[in-house]
Design a protein around this ligand. Structure first.
Ligand SMILES: *[C@@H]1O[C@H](CO)[C@@H](O)[C@H](O)[C@H]1NC(C)=O
Length: 287
């Protein structure tokens, strides 16, 4: 997971939810990715203290993500929050984490897990590098611009694949296969093309679709009940998709902690509240 001041309340809730529902919480290692804020020299020390005082027995490692790595590669999207460099950290997990780590689950900071995460960890990836719930009924066309679809050189990338949408907020990744296949470079390649040709409107999602869609190990939909933050523009309340729920994800514009603080929560935000350890914290008063 990434750990940023802006989303810290969400990240802490996410960690707490994983621990609460795990059969063996002591077996879980958290890899937390942070950025240095130039106005705040001891940011990662503060963060380490915050984490250890909240979860005294948490098995975790902090990694510093150099935002300069992506700053020049990001093109603006329809929602400013999507342009934050830390949003792109998921592309660099294979570089950030030690080479001894063979598998990782990436989680966004606006979700809670309500099931034993071991079930997700244990899925077989087969020949795939990445596992995630797939949504083949979503309108895949809409994730790319007309400029993309009218260029045969671009659309050829989907040849031989039945490309389906998947959400990049929950991904099981084989880091060894990722490194072997140089997937970071492949994703960066599409980001360079985006800079020149504007082939999509969203942030870090479309490069993942371009590289992986149709080549993903399908995970049960229960592991990413996404969209609870509403759409990207208005953040209206959304309901759960039909079916069982192992993970609730407030992707979209609205975040439960913001809506709760503004006294305009959506009905499902009440499910996030029990994991909100920082409701009365002074941690946010200076940020
Ligand atoms: C899918 O999205 C594209 C682009 O936004 C749109 O032109 C098309 O009509 C949509 N198709 C369906 C079936 O909704």
């Amino acid at each position: 997971m990434t750990f940023d001041v802006i989303y810290l309340r969400g990240s802490i809730a996410g960690v707490f939810s994983v621990l609460q529902h795990a059969s063996c919480p002591e077996n879980i290692v958290f890899h937390l990715i942070v950025t240095h804020h130039h106005h705040h020299h001891h940011h990662s020390d503060d963060l380490r203290r915050t984490i250890t005082s909240t979860f005294p027995y948490l098995n975790f490692h902090l990694y510093h993500f150099d935002t300069n790595l992506v700053r020049g590669k990001i093109s603006s999207s329809i929602r400013r929050a999507l342009d934050q460099p830390l949003n792109y950290a998921r592309i660099y997990l294979a570089d950030l984490l030690p080479s001894t780590v063979s598998r990782v689950i990436y989680f966004d900071s606006d979700l809670i897990v309500v099931d034993d995460v071991k079930k997700l960890w244990d899925i077989q990836l087969g020949d795939h590098v990445l596992g995630a719930p797939e949504y083949c009924h979503a309108n895949f066309t809409s994730y790319f611009t007309a400029k993309f679809w009218s260029n045969a050189a671009f659309t050829a990338s989907f040849k031989g694949r039945r490309a389906c949408y998947f959400n990049t907020g929950v991904m099981v990744i084989d880091l060894w296969k990722w490194r072997e296949g140089r997937y970071t470079e492949r994703l960066e390649g599409w980001m360079r093309i985006q800079k020149r040709h504007r082939i999509y409107e969203l942030g870090s999602l479309p490069p993942f679709l371009l590289v992986f869609a149709g080549d993903v190990e399908g995970v049960e939909h229960r592991w990413n009940q996404h969209g609870l933050g509403g759409d990207n523009l208005h953040g209206l309340c959304r309901d759960l998709h039909p079916g069982p729920v192992s993970l609730l994800h407030w992707s979209g514009k609205g975040k439960p902690w913001l809506r709760i603080d503004s006294k305009r929560p959506c009905p499902l935000d009440s499910l996030w509240v029990p994991y909100d350890l920082f409701r009365h914290s002074s941690l946010f008063s200076d940020s």
